[in-house]
Design a protein around this ligand. Structure first.
Ligand SMILES: Nc1nc2c(c(=O)[nH]1)N[C@H]1C(S)=C(S)[C@@H](COP(=O)(O)OP(=O)(O)OC[C@H]3O[C@@H](n4cnc5c(=O)[nH]c(N)nc54)[C@H](O)[C@@H]3O)O[C@H]1N2
Ligand SMILES: Nc1nc2c(c(=O)[nH]1)N[C@H]1C(S)=C(S)[C@@H](COP(=O)(O)OP(=O)(O)OC[C@H]3O[C@@H](n4cnc5c(=O)[nH]c(N)nc54)[C@H](O)[C@@H]3O)O[C@H]1N2
Ligand SMILES: [Mo]
Length: 698
C-alpha cells in the first residue's frame, strides 16, 4: 500500500505541482492531541510542500482571534491551578465539569476553599449544576452581556486602575481621524497624557511605569497638532449604548442580574475567567474580546487566583514545548512561518477542490467527513475530484469509508508519545500498555516510510524516541528544579514531571507575557478600526436573533457529550449504551407541547441544508427555543441523515466576513508571533451551532 500511495503521490506532484496534494491534519484529533504525531504530520506536509487547508478552518477562532488581537498570541494559557487562590470563577461558554477534567479538579478544589462559581451558558449542563449561579443567555448574545457588565464597572469606577493604566492600552492616545495610535515620528513611542504637567508623555512598548495619579484615562487631547482621545475614552463612548436594559433585550438576562453580576465582580479580589469553546457563533470573535476586556478591567491577570484562560486545549502553554525545528524541516521565513507548506483559506480550498485543482487528500488526523459540517461538500464536491484519498485511523469512520486506502494506526495504548501539556502543567510520557495488535503500526512509522519512498528519507531518519529526545533538548523550559533538562529516561521513570519553569504570574519575566506591539492588553486594536471593530461590540450572529415569524424557529444545537470524545469511542458498546443507545434529540417540554410531540416520537429535524431523523426525549436542561442533537454519533447510527447535514459549512463563505478577512490579511502582514504553527488558524469564524431548524413528527 505504501509503495502504491508513494507512486501515485509522485505522479500527481510531478504532473500537477506539489501543492496539488493536500494534507488534512486537525491537531486536536489523535491522542494526545498535540503529540509527536501532530509534529510529524506538519513535518511531512512541509517536506513534500503540500497544501495545508486547515488554517482557515473556522474552529475555535474566537479564542484565537482574541488571543492574537488583545494579547499578541502570548499567553492564551494560564495554569488552572491558579484557581486555588480565586474567590470568583466565571465560566463563560464552557462545560469544564464534563469536558475538561484538568480544569474540573481545580474548580472542585477551589470551591472547597470558598471560591464562588458563576456559569454563563446556554444549556443546563453539569457545570451549570455545579455552579452557585447559572446565568442562561440566548445563543450568540454574550458580547452584549459582557459589554453591559463592563459599562457598570466603568461607570462605578470600580476597575483595577493599576492594571488598566499600566497593563492595557487605556491611557494611550488614539488619533480620532485615523483610528491609529499616535506615535513618535520614528514610529517607536506611543503617547499618553500627563494631567499634572498638562502635556503628552512618550510611552515605549512594554513600559509599565506610568504615574497612576496623573496619567489621563479620559479625555480628548491635541498632540503634534493631531486630535486624539485616550483608548479608555473611546471605550467609554462604545459602552454608552450597552445599558443593562439594552443587554436584556438581546441576551434575555434581566437587567438587575447584569448589574448584580457586575457588582459581584467588583467585590471579588481574584477572578478566574474560564472562557472556552462553547461559543460557536459567527460573532465569537467579539464575544471573546468582550470577556477579555472584562478580565483586563478587573486586572485579572498576573497575580495569584486571577487569570483569563480562554483556550483550554490548543497549545502547550504554560509550558511551551519547542517543536519548531521538528515541525519545519526547511526552516522558517523571516516572519516565523514554516517553509514548505502552502497555506490556503479553507473556503478557497473547497472552492478549488470543486474546480479540480487538488488531486490528493491525505487525512492524517481527524474525521472531517463526520465532524466538519456539510458532508455533501466531501461526498459530492471534493472526493470525487481526487485521484487519491488516504486515511490514517484506528476505526472505520465516515471518512475512512470514502477513502481509497486506510492505514491502520496504533491506538494510543499501543504506542509511545509525548503529551503536550496544555493546561496540565506537566510533561507526561504516553507509554504503550500493549504491543500493537495485528498489522497496526504507529502513524509516525507510516509517515517515515512514505517519506523514504518519496526520496525524503533523510528528513525522517529518527525513531520516535529520538524525536522525543530532540523536542526535550530543544525546549529550554523543560527543566528540573536544579536547572537540569528533563530527559526521556527521567520521564520513563517518573511518568509525569512538573517543570520548574512553570510561570507563577504573567509579569515575572519573559516566559509568558503580553506580546502585542504595545506590550499591553490591546482591548483597542487599531488594525480593526476601519471596520469599527477596534473595540469589541455586539453584532447579531448568522442565525440569531431568530425572527418571530421565521420558517425555522429553533436553534439547531449539536453540542458535545460526556460519553464520546468527538467521534472517538463512538463504536464502543458501553459508551453507546451510556449515551442512550442511539442518537437522540432533546427538546424542552414547552416546545414539544407546542409542536404536539411526546417522548419517544420519531421526528425529523430539518432546515434548508438537510435533515436528520431520530427519537425525541424531553429535557428541561435544554432551554426553550433550542433543539439539541448530541454530537458524536456516526452517520450509520441514524435512520436517515445526520446532524452534520444541517450545519453551516465550516470555513465556508457564510462563516466568513470582512472582519475575518481583515484578520487573515493582518495576520499574514504581521507574521506568526508565536512561531508555532498552531496559532495560524485564522481567517473565518466557527458557526457550528449558528444554525436554525424546524421539527416534525414522522
Ligand atoms: N467528554 C468530552 N470531552 C471533550 C470533548 C468531547 O467531545 N467529549 N471535546 C473536546 C474538545 S475538541 C473541545 S473543543 C472541548 C470543548 O469544551 P468546552 O469549551 O467546555 O465547550 P462545550 O462543552 O462544547 O460547550 C460548553 C457549553 O457552552 C454553552 N453554550 C452554547 N452556546 C452558548 C452561548 O451562546 N453562550 C454561552 N455563554 N454559552 C453557550 C452550552 O451550555 C455548553 O454546555 O471539549 C473537549 N472535551
Ligand atoms: N456538529 C458539531 N461538529 C463539531 C463540533 C461540535 O461541537 N458540533 N465540534 C468541533 C470541534 S471543537 C472539533 S475539535 C472537531 C473535531 O474534529 P476531528 O478532530 O476531525 O474529530 P475526532 O472525532 O476527534 O477525530 C479523531 C479521529 O482520530 C481517530 N483516532 C483516535 N485515536 C487515534 C490514533 O491514535 N491515531 C490515529 N491516527 N487516529 C486516531 C479517531 O478514530 C477519529 O476518527 O469537531 C468539530 N465538529
Ligand atoms: Mo475542539
Amino acid at each position: 500500500a505504501l509503495d502504491e500511495i508513494a507512486a501515485q503521490l509522485t505522479e500527481i506532484q510531478e504532473k500537477y505541482g506539489p501543492e496539488s496534494v493536500a494534507v488534512w491534519s486537525q491537531t486536536s484529533a489523535a491522542p494526545p492531541s498535540m503529540g509527536l504525531l501532530a509534529s510529524m504530520t506538519k513535518r511531512f506536509t512541509a517536506a513534500i510542500r503540500a497544501t495545508d487547508p486547515m488554517n482557515g478552518v473556522g474552529l475555535d477562532n474566537g479564542a484565537e482571534f482574541s488571543n492574537q488581537t488583545d494579547l499578541g498570541g502570548g499567553y492564551m494559557m494560564v495554569d488552572p491551578a491558579w484557581m486555588q487562590d480565586s474567590d470568583l470563577i466565571l465560566v463563560w461558554g464552557a462545560n469544564p465539569i464534563e469536558n475538561q477534567h484538568r480544569i474540573a479538579n481545580c474548580m472542585v478544589e477551589a470551591r472547597s476553599r470558598g471560591a464562588k462559581i458563576y456559569d454563563i451558558g446556554l444549556v443546563h449542563d453539569a457545570t451549570a449544576g455545579f455552579s452557585d449561579w447559572f446565568i442562561p443567555v440566548k445563543p450568540g448574545s454574550d458580547a452584549a452581556l459582557a459589554l453591559a457588565v463592563a459599562k457598570v464597572i466603568v461607570d462605578d469606577e470600580a476597575y483595577n486602575r493599576d492594571f488598566v493604566v499600566n497593563k492595557t492600552v487605556a491611557p494611550l492616545l488614539v488619533e480620532t481621524k485615523t483610528g491609529k495610535f499616535h506615535r513618535s515620528e520614528d514610529g517607536y513611542f506611543y503617547y499618553a497624557w500627563d494631567c499634572a504637567k498638562n502635556e503628552p508623555v512618550q510611552v515605549a512598548p512594554s513600559q509599565y511605569d506610568l504615574d497612576l495619579e496623573t496619567t489621563a484615562l479620559n479625555g480628548c487631547f491635541t498632540v503634534d497638532g493631531v486630535e486624539c482621545k485616550t483608548a479608555f475614552q473611546l471605550l467609554k463612548e462604545r459602552l454608552e449604548e450597552y445599558t443593562p436594559e439594552y443587554s436584556e433585550q438581546i441576551t434575555g438576562v434581566p437587567a438587575q442580574d447584569c448589574i448584580d453580576l457586575a457588582h459581584e465582580i467588583e467585590k471579588s479580589k481574584a477572578i478566574f475567567y474560564n472562557i472556552a469553546y462553547g461559543l460557536r457563533y459567527k460573532n465569537q470573535g467579539e464575544i471573546h474580546r468582550a470577556v477579555t476586556l472584562l478580565s483586563a478591567l478587573t486586572g485579572s491577570n498576573g497575580y495569584p487566583g486571577a487569570g483569563c484562560g480562554y483556550s483550554m486545549a490548543t497549545t502547550s502553554w504554560p509550558v511551551p514545548y519547542n517543536t519548531s525545528e521538528v515541525d519545519a524541516p526547511y526552516g522558517r521565513d523571516e516572519k516565523g512561518m514554516p517553509i514548505g507548506p502552502v497555506f490556503v483559506k479553507q473556503r478557497e480550498f473547497f472552492n478549488d477542490c470543486k474546480a479540480g485543482k487538488y488531486k490528493a487528500f491525505l487525512k492524517m488526523q481527524g474525521n472531517p467527513v463526520h465532524n466538519n459540517p456539510n458532508r455533501a461538500r466531501y461526498e459530492k464536491d471534493t472526493f470525487p475530484n481526487m485521484e487519491l484519498v488516504v486515511d490514517f485511523d484506528i476505526w472505520m469512520t465516515d471518512t475512512s469509508e470514502l477513502a481509497d486506502y486506510v492505514l491502520p494506526d496504533c491506538m494510543p495504548f499501543e504506542r509511545l508519545d509525548f503529551i503536550n501539556p496544555a493546561c496540565y502543567g506537566h510533561v507526561v510520557l504516553q507509554e504503550p500498555a500493549i504491543e500493537p495488535v495485528g498489522d497496526n503500526k504507529p502513524a509516525t512509522w507510516y509517515i517515515s516510510e512514505l517519506a523514504k519512498r518519496l526520496g525524503l528519507g533523510d528528513l525522517f531518519d529518527k525513531t520516535d524516541e529520538q524525536w522525543i529526545e530532540k523536542i526535550l533538548d530543544d525546549s529550554p523550559s523543560l527543566i528540573n528544579e536544579d536547572g537540569s533538562k528533563i530527559t526521556l529516561e527521567q520521564l520513563r521513570r517518573d511518568k509525569l514531571v512538573r517543570p520548574a519553569s512553570l510561570p507563577k504570574t504573567l509579569f515575572n519575566g519573559s516566559v509568558m507575557g503580553i506580546t502585542t506591539p504595545s506590550g499591553r492588553v490591546e482591548f483597542y486594536a487599531e488594525a480593526y478600526a476601519p471596520l469599527d471593530e477596534a473595540i469589541p461590540k455586539y453584532r447579531p450572529s448568522l442565525a440569531f436573533p431568530i425572527a418571530e415569524d421565521a420558517k425555522y424557529p429553533y436553534q439547531f444545537f449539536t453540542g458535545r457529550q460526556r460519553f464520546f470524545m468527538q467521534s472517538m469511542f463512538t463504536d464502543d458498546p458501553l459508551m453507546r449504551e451510556l449515551s442512550g443507545g442511539e442518537p437522540l434529540c432533546r427538546m424542552n417540554p414547552v416546545d414539544a407541547e407546542r409542536e404536539g410531540l411526546v417522548v419517544g416520537d420519531t421526528i425529523e429535524v430539518y432546515n434548508d441544508n438537510g435533515s436528520v431523523q431520530l427519537k425525541l426525549v424531553l429535557d428541561e436542561a435544554v432551554p426553550p427555543g433550542t433543539v439539541h442533537v448530541w454530537f458524536g454519533w456516526r452517520r450509520r447510527a441514524f435512520e436517515k441523515g445526520t446532524y452534520a447535514e444541517l450545519t453551516v459549512p465550516c470555513g465556508g463563505e457564510e462563516a466568513s466576513d470582512e472582519l475575518s478577512d481583515l484578520w487573515w490579511d493582518h495576520f499574514l502582514e504581521t507574521g506568526n508571533q508565536l512561531g508555532s504553527w498552531n496559532s495560524f488558524i485564522t481567517g473565518t469564524w466557527d458557526t457550528l451551532w449558528d444554525a436554525t431548524c424546524a421539527v416534525r413528527k414522522l
